[in-house]
Design a protein around this ligand. Structure first.
Ligand code: DWN
Ligand code: ZN
Length: 417
């Protein structure tokens, strides 16, 4: 388990985040990169940004894929943490569908209680509030928590930990449903987080957890989804072992397209593992996802994509083209900093998130502007950094395309659409 000593910026792990085993093999080295969500203001051009090693390893004991550096969460999720879930209509629809499905299948009523860990700006819990169901959000970022408060979602401003779970449980808090979307992979104390879920969940409750799935990351070369916030990259094999360690059972999974390929996990205190999990465990065994050989060539695939993308952009630029980018996404920071895409190639990035506009991308310090800048400047090409929302973005920017603009999608292979 990672103990962040006050004042340490990061710790290099030599044992597995889940099982504590020492048989972890590094299979991808992305170098030292700045923090993907730490946007810079144009004025601090002189300031040295913190950068940390970004290396990915596989645990031969429990199959967990994980980065080896743990950056202090207080640095990672600092006050200015800019991620607000509600800037994506696709994500809002996805979350609402999830909630309505759960209200139905779990028969939730006014006396039910739902907790979301990493509740952000209330994007998901607001759907329970509208249905008259009691909720509690838990999130350390004051900006998004304040936004949640404005729409009637109460937030406990804190990181979720085993200790916080104990405190809440001692106050009589227990949940019929616990949501945790895109947070399980983010926590330094993986076991403490899962143990906390077990403490807060009613005996007949369900934890509904969403996390990016490691198979599409490897199969579609989504290496840009690797950054210091994402400590773990889960397979069902690794998840099954993690939950069982805390007397929780991964009973059902759903495959989701969101964020480049995720899993929705249904975790309970009752062991009733269904076909969706058993089939995926079998699939992972047959594909070798539970063994290091499956990951050995990933580094070569990543290098090939980096060379192809850099070559494409430089050729377009040499031919006199103008290029911008869409989506000041964390994954975008990994992409531009590991490929070396700077202001010599990209004039600006656009983003709908008003908290990001006026800032600059980490490392390369490319300025971030409102999306209207695309029609004002009408660049020849737009590199889509938020490729996981490509459909939504292309529909939204139909006028830019109608005027002859073209999009460059970087993964799984760089292509102009
Ligand atoms: O785990 C995480 C993933 C799930 O989401 C967090 N680390 C934070 C975040 O990572 P990300 O920043 O790579 O995710 P997004 O949500 O893919 O970033 C999309 C960016 O694009 C956001 O800044 C919002 C922006 N956007 C936009 O400007 N117009 C998004 C859409 C859909 C749009 O229409
Ligand atoms: Zn392990």
């Amino acid at each position: 388990m990672t103990m962040m000593i006050a004042g340490t910026a990061s710790v290099t792990e030599h044992t597995c985040r889940s099982c504590g085993g020492s048989h972890i093999d590094t299979f991808l080295k992305l170098g030292r990169t700045p923090l993907a969500d730490r946007l810079t203001s144009a004025s601090d051009n002189g300031e040295q940004e913190p950068a940390f090693p970004l290396n990915v390893a596989f645990c031969r004991d429990c199959s967990l894929v994980q980065i080896t550096e743990t950056v202090n969460p207080r640095i990672l999720f600092a006050d200015a943490y800019p991620y607000y879930s509600s800037f994506s209509q696709a994500l809002l629809r996805h979350s609402r569908d999830n909630v309505l499905d759960l209200i139905e299948r779990r028969g939730l009523k006014a006396d039910s209680f739902v907790i979301e860990l990493a509740s952000n700006d209330g994007y998901l819990l607001k759907n329970y509030v509208e249905a008259g169901i009691q909720v509690l959000g838990i999130d350390p970022a004051d900006g998004p928590a304040a936004a949640a408060g404005k729409i009637g979602v109460p937030t406990h401003l804190a990181f979720f930990t085993r200790e916080l779970a104990e405190t809440l449980r001692n106050e009589g808090v227990q949940a019929d449903v616990i949501h945790a979307n895109n947070v399980l992979a983010h926590v330094a104390d993986t076991n403490g987080f899962v143990a906390g879920v077990a403490r807060l969940l009613k005996d007949d409750g369900v934890a509904v957890i969403e996390a990016p799935y490691v198979e599409p990351m490897i199969e579609h070369c989504e290496f840009d989804t690797i950054y210091h916030e994402h400590l773990c990259y889960f397979s069902v094999t690794a998840l099954d072992k993690l939950f069982r360690r805390h007397c929780l059972y991964l009973n059902e999974i759903k495959h989701l397209a969101i964020h480049g390929g995720s899993l929705r996990l249904y975790v309970e205190k009752l062991e009733r593992v269904g076909a969706s999990v058993l089939d995926q465990l079998e699939h992972e065994k047959s594909r070798g996802i539970d063994a290091i050989d499956y990951y050995r060539d990933f580094s070569t695939t990543v290098d090939k994509l980096k060379v192809e993308l850099s070559g494409l952009l430089r050729r377009l630029k040499a031919d006199g083209a103008t290029i911008a980018a869409y989506g000041a996404a964390a994954k975008g920071a990994t992409l531009i900093n590991t490929v070396g895409i700077g202001r010599d190639l990209i004039d600006f990035v656009v983003d709908r998130n008003t908290h990001k506009q006026g800032k600059c991308m980490p490392g390369q310090r490319i300025p971030i502007r409102p999306t209207e800048a695309l029609l004002e400047a009408q660049p020849d090409y737009v590199l889509v950094l938020a490729w996981n929302f490509i459909d939504e973005i292309m529909a939204q920017q139909s006028e830019y395309r109608a005027r002859g603009g073209k999009f460059i999608v970087p993964v799984p292979t760089p292509r102009i659409v």
